[in-house]
Design a protein. Structure first.
Length: 109
């Protein structure tokens, strides 16, 4: 949810890897994050299809004025409904599993 909170605070450049040390186009980076947020909106009908997302990333479709709605957090919903979690970790990759649905989370080694 960190990306959404930064979007709401109009602070998306903070999501860029600090190892880049400012050597990136802020406009382009913010655009990529906005495309990512568009792709995970809660309502599927609001999400762009893959060809439209690619056009957005290429700059063929303006996304800076596009309305972005809150992302869907299915994992959070399932936590409440099922009330059980399991975690396993192998070499910097953690899988969070809820009711047989796992999502990998990558961490630096």
């Amino acid at each position: 949810m960190q990306a959404w909170e930064m979007y709401e605070a109009d602070n998306l450049p903070r999501l860029v890897d600090p190892m880049l040390d400012g050597n990136f186009s802020e406009t382009e980076a913010v655009g990529f994050v906005k495309v990512a947020l568009l792709c995970v909106q809660e309502k599927c009908r609001l999400r762009p299809n893959m060809s439209k997302a690619i056009k957005m990333m290429r700059g063929e479709i303006d996304i800076h004025s596009t309305q972005i709605t809150r992302p869907g957090f299915i994992v959070d919903i399932m936590d409440v409904k099922i009330g059980r979690k399991s975690q396993s970790s192998v070499r910097g990759i953690t899988n969070r599993c809820i009711a047989n649905r796992c999502s990998p989370r990558l961490y630096p080694l």
